[in-house]
Design a protein around this ligand. Structure first.
Ligand SMILES: [Zn+2]
Length: 589
């Protein structure tokens, strides 16, 4: 990928990493860096640091790190070029187009976006054609208004296996593009035919409002009712939510999570424009993290049938670990939100609003579930319930909330609060102990570096690997000194392959007069590798006399590369790795 270097330089100089990240993460100053709650893992305490001065971020919790481009790639799920484009438009710059740089994946993706957009238009048009009569009637019968049809861009896929294929081909799309976009399936003879036929179509939009996929609903009771686009280069069903592109603007701190497309649409129609749904699958961690970006409170409003209740329990677990406040809205009489709204006519809106206001948090919900089927007059069952309940309450972070629930429980079932409190404390203590043991184990693993999947050779020579990392960090932080090092220090004195590769790329860039700051090099490495380089930077400060410091590291490397050649490292098998580890541990003791 070669975008003119001077363009990237200019873009970089116009971009403040902290500014960009602030759109997603609330940052607070802490010494020389800015800290916030990490958007990439279930972070409870701020572990996410941003160095404005050096133009990179690093999370002490999950190890994510890199420059501003890496950040955008990760958080918006973009490729390098897309992230660059986004930054450019933010900075009011245009990327010089068609200068012969890599068009591969980029052009496939942009063709798919184009094809999806055209398909969406086509389906919409069909809805109002004679062919679409039944579909339009179906939507009317389900009381979907004209405004909603337009807002969600609903449509109809005709009952003809080649309707869309022929249309898109006439617009210049190739067989391969239609199949890659999953708008068409491939027949045994190799020709494409429409994936969706005789269905009401629901376009799925990404956060930038581009059509990335479709859901198609059959109008009869044949199952499965819905057919969705499979994953494509622009669509991943576990990383998107239906309705989020508009709901995010109406969240106001709260999102409502429902099960189906129809639920989303009828809630939006009723004025609850903060409703979103998963795309025909159970809620994923990625979706939970997306939800967290737009609100602090989430209301789960799944169907009240058994499957819906199971899904609710599962969603609670996933959402709770992100630190979101969770409320549960149970629609009465076994209905889903869409049916509820319809069956109450004009009163639907006010009744739903009342349910929303009344919806309890997930602890209440789980206490009720726990209580189901128990006879609380029976002493054994009563003790069982109280014990489980106290243990559940002990999971609450906030001691005041804990106290509220323990008091409530003690009043309801007429037991001493102190007794409940001691059960809760014991459970919390047990959990703490378990956590401490886990953390200790993790530290040991980190120490032996066995778990280092990126630099697999690090544990073979920690002293060398640490010197290598320090040297790389020093170079990136001190470009002037980096030039001298690159001239003087031979690549083959690096002991570990992973770090040697980084060093080689840095030297190459220096030789060609290219920059080596984080944003200069982020296109040369994978997201994982960039994360690791950020980790090197965060653990090393700028030196007053970088050249002397570099000398210390290179001396270590001259020494260590004598002791252990790259060949020796490469031929080290697992047994000898274990042997080394054993020796290292003995030395420690
Ligand atoms: Zn993190």
């Amino acid at each position: 990928m070669s975008i003119p270097e001077d363009f990237v330089q200019e873009l970089k100089s116009r971009t403040d990493i902290a500014d960009v990240i602030s759109d997603y993460v609330t940052l607070k100053r802490s010494g020389r860096t800015l800290m916030g709650v990490c958007p990439f893992h279930n972070d409870r305490s701020p572990s996410f640091s941003v160095s404005r001065e050096n133009g990179f971020f690093y999370c002490f919790g999950c190890g994510a790190g890199g420059d501003v481009i890496t950040f955008l790639r990760k958080i918006e799920n973009l490729d390098y070029m897309e992230a660059l484009r986004k930054l450019a438009s933010r900075a009011g710059m245009t990327i010089p187009e068609n200068k012969g740089y890599d068009q591969g994946l980029m052009s496939i993706k942009s063709r798919i976006y184009e094809a999806n957009k055209e398909a969406g238009r086509f389906y919409f048009k069909q809805l109002y054609s004679p062919d679409g009569k039944n579909a339009l009637e179906y939507l009317k019968k389900r009381q979907i208004s004209e405004t909603m049809i337009r807002k969600f861009g609903l449509g109809y896929s005709p009952n003809n296996r080649f309707a869309l294929v022929n249309h898109l081909k006439s617009k210049g799309f190739s067989d391969n593009e239609l199949i890659t976009a999953n708008l068409a399936n491939q027949s045994r003879n190799g020709y494409p035919f429409d994936r969706f036929s005789d269905r009401v179509m629901f376009p799925i939009f990404d956060l930038s409002g581009r059509v990335i996929a479709f859901g198609g609903r059959i109008m009869s009771d044949i199952k499965p009712k819905y057919l969705n686009t499979s994953d494509t280069p622009v669509f991943n069903k576990s990383r998107n939510l239906f309705g989020l592109n508009t709901a995010k603007n109406h969240a106001n701190g709260t999102l409502i999570l429902v099960e189906g497309y129809m639920d989303v649409i009828s809630l939006h129609q009723a004025g609850f424009e903060n409703a979103v749904a998963t795309l025909g699958t159970a809620l994923t961690n990625e979706q939970a993290m997306m939800i967290k970006r737009y609100c602090e409170d989430v209301v789960i409003c799944y169907d009240s049938d058994e499957a819906g209740q199971k899904a609710t329990q599962r969603a609670i677990g996933i959402l709770r670990s992100t630190g979101l406040n969770i409320r549960i809205l149970t629609v009465p009489d076994g209905k889903d939100p869409d049916e509820f709204m319809k069956s109450h006519g004009d009163k639907g809106v006010s009744l739903f609003r009342r349910l929303l206001e009344k919806s309890g948090n997930d602890i209440e919900y789980r206490l009720n579930k726990m209580r189901e089927g128990l006879d609380l007059e029976n002493n054994d069952q009563r003790v069982q319930y109280l014990t489980n309940a106290a243990e559940l309450i002990s999971e609450l972070d906030n001691p005041v909330t804990q106290d509220v629930y323990l008091t409530k429980l003690s009043n309801e079932l007429d037991v001493q609060k102190s007794a409940l409190k001691s059960i809760a404390d014991k459970a919390a203590g047990k959990r703490m102990k378990k956590k401490r043991i886990e953390m200790q184990r993790q530290v040991e693993i980190d120490f032996s570096a066995v778990k280092d999947t990126l630099n697999k050779e690090k544990h073979l020579n920690l002293r060398a690997a640490n010197a290598e990392e320090a040297l790389i960090a020093l170079m990136i932080l001190n470009p002037d000194t980096a030039k001298k090092i690159a001239e003087e220090f031979p690549t083959d004195k690096f002991v570990t392959t992973f770090n040697r590769n980084i060093y080689t790329i840095l030297c190459e860039r220096i030789k060609n007069d290219k920059g080596i700051t984080m944003s200069d090099i982020s296109g040369d490495f994978s997201l994982d590798e960039i994360g690791r380089i950020a980790k090197m930077l965060i653990s090393h400060q700028r030196e007053d006399d970088p050249y002397s410091a570099a000398k210390i590291y290179t001396d270590i490397l001259y020494e260590e590369s004598e002791r252990m050649t790259p060949e020796q490292i490469a031929s080290a098998d697992n047994d000898s790795i274990m042997e080394q580890l054993r020796k290292m541990k003995m030395k420690k003791q």
